[in-house]
Design a protein around this ligand. Structure first.
Ligand SMILES: [Zn+2]
Length: 198
């Protein structure tokens, strides 16, 4: 019943997370209400994020440059490194704005049951970085889960003997909760009350 181009647009919206048929239809029809400038920006942005945005060569955070704005910010504390499992976690931390160190983004967490091994999540790049730069403290900020625990312990074991303080976020976040659903107060407390990995 819909013209092909409208049907294609609805199908495209349906590829997005949490967007079902009805929402996709609403999105597609709302495009008729946009002015030319808005539509042009939409088209360009879609294209740009795919062609210009890539992982930072140092920390893996998304950037349009070789090195991201956080890595190249001299005012940040380069003695503390916060290791996270995905880029979304960095944006979450930056939103609460209380962490002033540097980040390193892994490509997920170790999960032997799912066939995800240390080499799959980019641990080599992290270890190279830790060995080349002098950190006083490494903080693991993973979601509280078996995978998060496994990954923390794996890295901690390799760092043993390097004389670096290795900590993780304090409990207080529900087990299995996704980082993005944790409110900023909980995260702030978890960061303040961080404890040694053992
Ligand atoms: Zn970076």
């Amino acid at each position: 019943m819909y013209p092909d181009s409208l049907k294609n647009l609805i199908e495209s919206f349906k590829c997005l997370p949490s967007v079902g048929e009805k929402t996709a239809e609403r999105f597609a029809f709302s495009v008729f209400d946009l002015d030319d400038e808005q539509v042009e920006l939409f088209k360009i942005s879609l294209d740009d994020v795919r062609t210009k945005v890539h992982p930072c060569s140092v920390c893996n955070l998304l950037t349009e440059d070789d090195v991201c704005s956080i890595c190249s910010d001299d005012k940040r504390n380069n003695k503390i490194l916060c290791v996270v499992e995905d880029v979304k976690s960095v944006f979450l931390f930056e939103k609460i704005g209380m962490f002033k160190g540097k980040y390193h983004v892994l490509n997920g967490l170790i999960s032997p049951l799912d066939g995800i091994n240390p080499e799959d999540i980019g641990i080599d790049k992290l270890l190279d970085r830790i060995q080349n730069e002098k950190y006083d403290e490494i903080i693991f900020a993973f979601k509280p889960s078996i995978e998060g625990e496994t990954t923390s312990l794996y890295i901690k074991k390799i760092l043993d003997g390097l004389n670096i303080k290795v900590t993780k976020l304090a409990n207080g976040v529900p087990i299995g909760a996704d980082m993005e659903y944790i409110d900023s107060l909980t995260l702030e407390r978890a960061l303040n009350d961080r404890k040694d990995v053992s």
